[in-house]
Ligand binder design. Structure first.
Ligand code: ZN
Ligand code: ZN
Length: 329
């Protein structure tokens, strides 16, 4: 399923199976989760995507061929491919252990082809082994909702009372980690979305309510996963002195102006960009211990357009996952 031009539906096409380069592996895809970032790419909200493009950056599959320098995984091994597809290793950010900010980074399903397909190639140095206790579809959302959600979560330090705005794929994973670490999750959803509020409580949230409402106690930190700038002042209002508001998405509508009082008393706002390989290693270590259970809705790859539309309208609980074999059989 390819993007030919942003703001037009994806198209199902036959393309040649890619050949792995020296450090790359060829992967037969068994599942690819759908991320809000895919929607931003398809909707033309992110600059300069590769075109035409195979989107998708939460890929699980098996290695079927290896490039000449690729020895990390055996043929038949199960691997995950995340958003961070390649970094230069030489720029000041790479050298400072901040490869998520690499000047020349390539991103899966954005500036290189991704997982809405039957096969993909990936640089093996950026792939992760998948823990055995997950099925392919259950593991797929860990690759972005999990990884970048976890980087956002890490930015909240050891905040005990944690607000989460936008209860989608990332929130449903991160609230399980938070509960495991004995933190309290306060879930904020679209107004009147009682299904999402119920879902949040079923995953251990101690409180769930509308984004415009204030929690019963001041929060120590908040993460905003919804791409809605209006939430920034609302979240600042909900956090206590010294609290942090983390914006976890790649794109957000404009943040409205707000009174300095909301930022005063050493509150802060920050964003999270991409991931490092270390984030991935840390996350997979804790994922097996929790253990994180993902709630997934599985669809055939051919339905990618319909699934993106469901995500756009908040109709997915947990994560949507595309499975290619269902399309071709
Ligand atoms: Zn770099
Ligand atoms: Zn993503």
């Amino acid at each position: 399923m390819i993007v030919e031009k942003p703001r037009t539906p994806l198209r199902a096409v036959e393309i040649p199976t890619p050949k792995p380069g020296a450090n790359e592996i060829l992967i037969r895809i068994s599942a690819c989760a759908v991320c809000r970032t895919d929607l931003h790419v398809v909707d033309g909200e992110l600059p300069s995507p590769k075109l035409p493009l195979v989107p998708g950056h939460e890929i699980v599959g098996t290695v079927v061929e290896r490039g000449k320098n690729a020895h990390r995984y055996k043929i038949g091994a199960r691997v995950g491919v995340p958003w961070l597809g390649w970094t230069c290793g030489k720029c000041k950010f790479c050298l400072a252990d901040r490869e998520n900010l690499c000047d020349r980074a390539l991103f899966t399903g954005y500036t290189r082809d991704g997982g809405y397909a039957e096969f993909t190639v990936a640089d093996e140095r950026f792939c992760f082994p998948i823990p055995e206790n997950y099925s392919d579809a259950e593991a797929a959302p860990l690759l972005c909702a999990g990884l970048i959600g976890f980087r956002s979560y890490a930015k909240t330090g050891n905040a005990k009372r944690l607000g989460i705005y936008g209860f989608g794929a990332a929130a449903h994973i991160i609230s399980q980690v938070a509960k495991f670490q004995k933190r309290e999750v306060y879930a904020f959803t679209r107004r009147g979305d009682s299904d999402a509020q119920q879902f949040a409580k079923s995953l251990g949230a101690v409180w769930a309510g509308d984004s415009e409402s204030l929690p019963p106690k001041k929060l120590e930190a908040a993460i905003i996963f919804a791409p809605v700038g209006d939430l920034v002042p609302l979240a600042l209002k909900a956090v206590d002195k010294g609290g942090t508001v983390v914006c976890g998405g790649i794109h957000m509508s404009d943040i409205p102006s707000f009174s300095y009082d909301l930022l005063w008393e050493e509150r802060s706002v920050c964003s999270v960009a991409n991931l490092t390989r270390r984030d991935g290693e840390d996350f997979f270590k804790i994922a097996s211990r929790v253990p994180i259970k993902t709630t997934v809705e599985v669809f055939p790859l051919a339905q990618a357009n319909e699934v993106l539309d469901k995500l756009r309208h908040g109709k997915i609980h947990g994560a949507a996952v595309l499975v290619p074999m269902m399309a071709s059989k």
